[in-house]
Design a protein around this ligand. Structure first.
Ligand SMILES: *Cc1c(COP(=O)(O)O)cnc(C)c1O
Length: 403
């Protein structure tokens, strides 16, 4: 049978199987909803892994893209364009940092951060190049960012890795202190480890890192690719945690679904010379126009306060479900929340939820993660909780018939 939209299965084989994709073809998105080629509607609490900060096809993003593509798609990364310079100056102003390098993915922004730290080390710290990173961290899938990541199982993949990363346990300041030597130039971390299952950094740990960084002249590279751009209820999570990055990386939500990422640094650290760093699509006006639409919406009156209200509402609902179904902890910040599933397999819950028209994700076998659009309504949170309650009420395949 020829492949068509209503019979898409025959088309799927032409794609490298880099993810266990369900046999569903999505054709439309509206806010918190995705619609497949059969017209079935799914309530989306993944949002492309927290990429669609404003939900699917938000009018502000659609309008910015339509206007921009009619005016100018790509003059070259070697020329200035209007959305590029406007977004850079706004990001610098709101982050308290000075200069921006635009990239197309979080991994590429982190590559830039690693290169900038190494360059600074060669200029300012006598060639120091090692970067301390953390167990269970996630910084991307390029070879260097995989080498920086502490994702279980990755240490054996694609050997040999890029050298120069020292991994220590998260939230363990003594472990950090122990590995610092003259060759260490930076510490790189997520303020909340997203892929690890939404694990927040403790405040005393962050205070300790700042103290060590000052004392040893280390750079603090804060990876806010998942936590930035309003996800935790403030523009950046580091603002509420009281940690000041030397280098900050942003991705995911920053483009509202369009490939965009950024690496920001203080002026005294921003030491790239022409030729050190670049990329064909970096700072292109399409992506930056989407980024401006997202940023202006996030900074609109009451927007971030509403994220915190939605967070409280969702958190309460998850706590009620957890008590009812004897599950575990609810944790996280803003609209990056996790629910530990205790005796239930989170991945089975994800599969069962998909069948019921609910998209949620399990970064760990015992953890569900919820990353709805920052614009999610209370009604849609109620619908999500009802769907999840229904899924949790189904007998669990791996539960030995306990229910
Ligand atoms: C998703 C993510 C990345 C990688 O971003 P890509 O756009 O997938 O390359 C890096 N760091 C963190 C914390 C992330 O959540």
């Amino acid at each position: 049978m020829p492949a068509t939209l209503s019979n898409p299965t025959a088309l799927f084989d032409a794609l490298m199987p880099i993810a266990p994709r369900p046999e569903v073809l999505f054709v439309k998105g509206e806010g918190s909803w995705l619609i497949d080629s059969n017209g079935k509607r799914y309530l989306d609490f993944i949002q492309g892994w927290a990429v669609n900060a404003l939900g699917h096809c938000h009018p502000a993003v659609v309008d910015a893209l339509q206007r921009q593509c009619a005016a100018l798609i790509n003059p070259s990364p070697a020329f200035y364009n209007q959305p590029m310079v406007e977004l850079a100056s706004q990001l610098a102003m709101h982050s308290g940092l000075d200069q921006v390098f635009f990239a197309n993915s979080g991994a590429e922004a982190n590559e830039g951060a690693i290169k900038l730290a190494r360059k600074w080390g060669s200029l300012q710290r006598n060639g120091a190049f090692k970067i301390i990173t953390f167990d269970n961290s996630f910084h991307g899938r390029t070879l260097a960012t995989m080498s920086a990541s502490g994702k279980p199982g990755w240490d054996q993949l694609f050997e040999p890795k890029v050298p120069g990363f020292i991994k220590v346990p998260y939230n363990d300041i003594e472990a950090v202190e122990q590995v610092i030597d003259d060759q260490v130039v930076a510490v790189m971390l997520e303020p909340i480890q997203g892929e690890a299952g939404v694990i927040p950094a403790r405040r005393d740990f962050l205070d300790g890192l700042q103290r060590l960084a000052r004392h040893h002249r280390l750079l603090l590279i804060i990876d806010e690719i998942q936590t930035g751009m309003g996800r935790t209820g403030t523009l950046f999570a580091s603002q509420q945690l009281g940690i000041a990055p030397d280098i900050l990386t942003l991705g995911k939500g920053i483009g509202g679904g369009v490939p965009l990422a950024a690496m920001l640094a203080r002026k005294d650290i921003s030491c790239f010379a022409p030729g050190d760093q670049g990329g064909t699509y970096n700072g292109n006006p399409m992506a930056c126009a989407a980024g401006l639409a997202v940023l202006n919406t996030l900074l609109g009156p009451g927007f971030l306060a509403a994220v915190t209200r939605s967070s409280d509402y969702l958190r309460d609902g998850l706590a009620t479900l957890s008590a009812k179904h004897r599950l575990g902890e609810v944790r996280g910040q803003g609209l990056l929340l996790a629910l530990d599933t205790a005796h239930r397999d989170a991945r089975e819950i994800v599969v069962a939820a998909l069948a019921q028209g609910l998209l949620i994700n399990a970064p760990r076998p015992e953890t569900l993660r919820l990353m709805p659009a920052l614009t999610v309504s209370q009604d849609d949170i109620d619908r999500m909780l009802a769907l999840l309650d229904g899924v949790l009420t189904l007998p669990a395949a791996s539960d030995g018939g306990q229910h």
